[in-house]
Design a protein around this ligand. Structure first.
Ligand SMILES: *Cc1c(COP(=O)(O)O)cnc(C)c1O
Length: 466
């Protein structure tokens, strides 16, 4: 399997190169040259395997030229062995046609661990083979950073730099990042928004000299390997609840469009998925795009679901590429016009293609807190605000007849990662798991920088230049 750039201006590469590069050199995102195809029977067989085995099977469809099945099996067993629930991604029934897929049983209590735990191991194996080192840089709205740090802190060949918007991540998220004091880990609090952090990362990647000096690479959800790993739980969930070849819906709390795009990839591989519901918070650019064709960033509004406080959703480019029939030239022009005009009107033909697979809704802060309270009253269980955005959207999409049949809502974080919102909605304080009981007593390590690429560059170069 080769990987091509959505912008079409650089050569196709293998899985390992796409893994190590993150962003393609022409500024595009890597995509598999073709979608691996599974029959429904294969999808069911794989989906019913123990989670780590299912992951190894699916990853080998994408990575067979770079890693053997045995290597992938060993890495997946290690990666998903860090999860505290042996089912890894348990499915909880909420009603006759409603389920919740719990994706928060990993070491940093959010779904990012699914991708990051395997990514760390893939990186180590690849770098070991070629005797290289890398500096990974990531912008985070909270969960990617902690997941990356946790997965990479013990990698001997990787430095990790994580930029987060100062004061805009939850106290638990911040502590999970800054309490890791390993010498290869650098946290930078940036005075600005997540989009500012993401823009700084893009600027750094565009600086060839800097990329060479620190051997820069990325683990944001632009990295194809992450999306490949995230397709797995769509298979395992579907296999547990579908009757025969029945197509089911998934509703996904969405920020950077990575998680829901993994669902789209699963569908393209042959998994019977009816619709993918994009659930946005008050930062509703993706809802405006899908419902009205208006892909125009507004300013970022801080909400109770900070990991979705994003306006420019990097992975949306992957969907546009597909919806425009993989015409890289058309896409490149569209993305250049988007950058110049600071927005994009999606044409009817592209929109029609998108709506075959996607439907969307946006959920306000009040509705999010109301859903946490409603869910608690009805089930006695606490859910985190991101999950609540998903559930509120799923309920409304069903009530208004826009989704019918079985719906699985992805539960993307543990409620204790966002205790402030949960407390406000229910009066209850969700408890952190025992292994984080002393989180607020651990020493912190963190740098501060203005929203200026040069300031970040000099911090990173000072610590990690060769
Ligand atoms: C990252 C994140 C999301 C959004 O996922 P995307 O892949 O960026 O769309 C939703 N919920 C939580 C808890 C997250 O950490």
């Amino acid at each position: 399997m080769k990987y091509i750039s959505t912008r079409g201006a650089c050569p196709a590469v293998d899985f390992e190169s796409a893994l190590l590069a993150g962003l393609a050199p022409d500024g595009g995102l890597y995509m598999p040259e073709t979608w691996p195809q599974l029959s429904v029977d294969d999808a069911r067989r794989i989906g019913r395997l123990p989670y780590a085995e299912a992951a190894a099977e699916i990853l080998s469809l994408f990575a067979a030229e770079s890693f053997t099945k045995e290597e992938l099996s060993a890495m997946a067993a290690d990666a998903y062995g860090t999860f505290t629930d042996e089912r890894v991604a348990p499915l909880v029934k909420l009603g006759p046609e409603d389920w919740m897929l719990e994706l928060f049983h990993g070491p940093t209590l959010a779904f990012k661990d699914f991708a990051m735990q395997i990514l760390g191991r893939l990186f180590d194996a690849a770098l070991e083979r070629s005797d290289r080192r890398l500096t990974i840089i990531a912008a985070t709205s909270g969960d990617t950073g902690s997941a990356a740090i946790e997965a990479l802190k013990s990698c001997s060949r990787v430095n990790v730099v994580v930029l987060h918007p100062e004061g805009r991540v939850s106290a638990v998220q911040q502590r999970m990042m800054t309490s890791v004091t390993a010498p290869n880990v650098m946290n930078i609090a940036v005075k600005g928004s997540f989009d500012d952090c993401q823009a700084i990362v893009k600027t750094l990647f565009a600086d060839d000299g800097f990329v060479r000096d620190v051997r820069l690479s990325g683990v944001n959800s632009i990295n194809w390997a992450r999306l490949a790993a995230q397709t797995v739980y769509y298979f395992t969930a579907w296999a547990q609840l579908a009757d025969g070849d029945e197509a089911v819906n998934f509703v996904v709390p969405t920020g950077n469009f990575g998680d829901v795009f993994a669902g789209y990839a699963a569908k393209r591989m042959g998994l019977p998925i009816a619709r993918l519901g994009v659930a946005a918070n008050a930062n509703d650019i993706l809802h405006r795009a899908i419902a009205h064709g208006d892909y125009t960033p507004a300013s970022v509004k801080p909400t109770a679901s900070p990991s979705m406080d994003i306006q420019v959703a990097s992975n949306f480019e992957r969907l546009l590429f597909e919806a425009k029939n993989r015409d890289a030239e058309v896409l490149r022009n569209a993305m250049e016009a988007f950058a110049t005009n600071k927005g994009m009107k999606i044409d009817d033909q592209t929109l029609e293609a998108i709506r075959k697979d996607f439907i969307s809704d946006a959920v306000s802060m009040e509705e999010t807190l109301a859903e946490i309270a409603r869910h608690y009253k009805e089930t006695g269980a606490l859910i985190d605000p991101h999950t609540a955005v998903g559930r509120a959207a799923a309920i409304r999409l069903r009530e208004t007849g826009r989704l019918t049949g079985k719906i699985v809502t992805l539960s993307t974080a543990h409620p204790a990662k966002f205790p402030e919102a949960v407390e406000k909605a229910t009066g209850e304080t969700p408890a952190l798991p025992d292994f984080y009981a002393d989180l607020f007593d651990r020493p912190e390590k963190m740098e501060r920088a203005p929203a200026d690429p040069e300031a970040v560059k000099s911090l990173v170069a000072k610590a990690f230049a060769n």
